[in-house]
Design a protein around this ligand. Structure first.
Ligand SMILES: *[C@@H]1O[C@H](CO)[C@@H](O)[C@H](O)[C@H]1NC(C)=O
Ligand SMILES: *[C@@H]1O[C@H](CO)[C@@H](O)[C@H](O)[C@H]1NC(C)=O
Length: 312
């Protein structure tokens, strides 16, 4: 055989191997032929941390109602720890005056404090439901100070269910609402910056943040006037994550045998053109605080290093 034939044969074998490897790739929600292999509902995923009066579960674990009142807050959290995933909640907040309330949806390696990792979404109540603010923050190895705030004014969080999500994969974290990516935190390890390296639990809480939440803490919660505050959630089967045995034991999820659905290089390691457009629109119109632009705050120390790198 001529040399070129051998080269071609090798190339064909190589291509065939690569292509068939791709066809073994796990099917993901939304792919043709995808079958859910286990029952996911509230009970299979979560534990309630406060009393059950304040976290009421219905519809076979596919619906939850959280109540914040003068007696207590409402808190639930995942049974397991994860390393990467796509965690989301379909949430409807109460209408009306929710001043002083905070609805938090976050991941955290709580047991590792003060060197923990954490990804936060906090929805801060306000005098009208059309002025609710989303505050986000990201901790890596115990270092946070990365607050951003967006006023959720392009929709009303009380009019219907909206999806709030955290996509966390080996390339980046995206925090979004419905189809719009609001915030991106990239894996910049190639530039020597730390990225998440611990398993994290998922927590949901509804609590009194009077001291700081609404208009800088000026407007306190008033249960008699505005309470009780009731939030509704559904669709827990949408939660996907790579489960780890503990916060320290993440090896299988750091180097998985196959890429999980939320960590596919050609799908969710970058924003699409449409997502970039939406991201820029939301950040241009609705961002009210960005730590990367807070010159006074970082005057002494200099801006966090990721602020000098592309954000997405
Ligand atoms: C609440 O509404 C006020 C007035 O509309 C607005 O300035 C503020 O950013 C909103 N959010 C919070 C968390 O206070
Ligand atoms: C909203 O409720 C707060 C108490 O939480 C009250 O001080 C404020 O006046 C109310 N705002 C409106 C517009 O009713």
């Amino acid at each position: 055989m001529a040399k070129t034939h051998i080269v071609m044969l090798v190339a064909v074998i190589f291509l065939a191997t690569v292509l068939s490897a791709e066809s073994w790739e796990e099917k993901c929600p939304g792919d043709p032929g995808y079958v859910e292999t286990w029952t996911k509902n509230f009970w299979s995923l979560f534990n309630i941390f406060t009393n059950e009066e304040h976290v009421r579960v219905g519809q076979n674990g596919d619906y939850v109602q959280m109540q914040l009142d003068e007696q207590c807050a409402a808190v639930y959290g995942s049974r397991h720890q994860y390393y990467t995933g796509r965690m989301s909640v379909k949430l409807k907040l109460p209408c009306g005056n929710s001043s002083g309330t905070v609805f938090a949806f976050y991941t955290s390696s709580d047991g590792k404090k003060p060197y923990h990792d954490e990804i936060d979404i906090e929805l801060l109540g306000n005098e009208t439901s059309s002025c609710i603010t989303m505050q986000t923050n990201i901790f890596v190895n115990g270092k946070g100070d990365r607050e951003m705030r967006h006023n959720l004014n392009w929709f009303n969080p009380c009019d219907d269910y909206h999806e709030y999500y955290i996509l966390w994969n080996s390339a980046m974290v995206v925090i979004g609402v419905d189809d719009i990516p609001i915030r991106v935190f990239k894996n910049n390890e190639q530039y020597g910056l730390p990225y998440f390296n611990k398993g994290q639990g998922l927590y949901v809480s509804y609590w009194d943040g009077s001291s700081w939440a609404t208009q800088g803490g000026r407007i306190k919660i008033d249960f008699a006037l505005n309470g009780p505050f009731v939030a509704h959630m559904h669709s827990f089967h949408d939660l996907q994550g790579c489960q780890v045995p503990s916060e320290d034991n993440i090896w299988q999820c750091q180097y998985p045998a196959q890429r999980p659905c939320w960590d596919r290089p050609w799908v969710n390691h970058y924003l699409t053109q449409q997502q970039i457009w939406d991201y820029n629109w939301v950040n241009g119109e609705f961002c009210t605080y960005d730590y990367c632009k807070d010159v006074a705050r970082f005057a002494a120390t200099g801006k966090p290093a990721e602020c000098n790198l592309p954000r997405y």
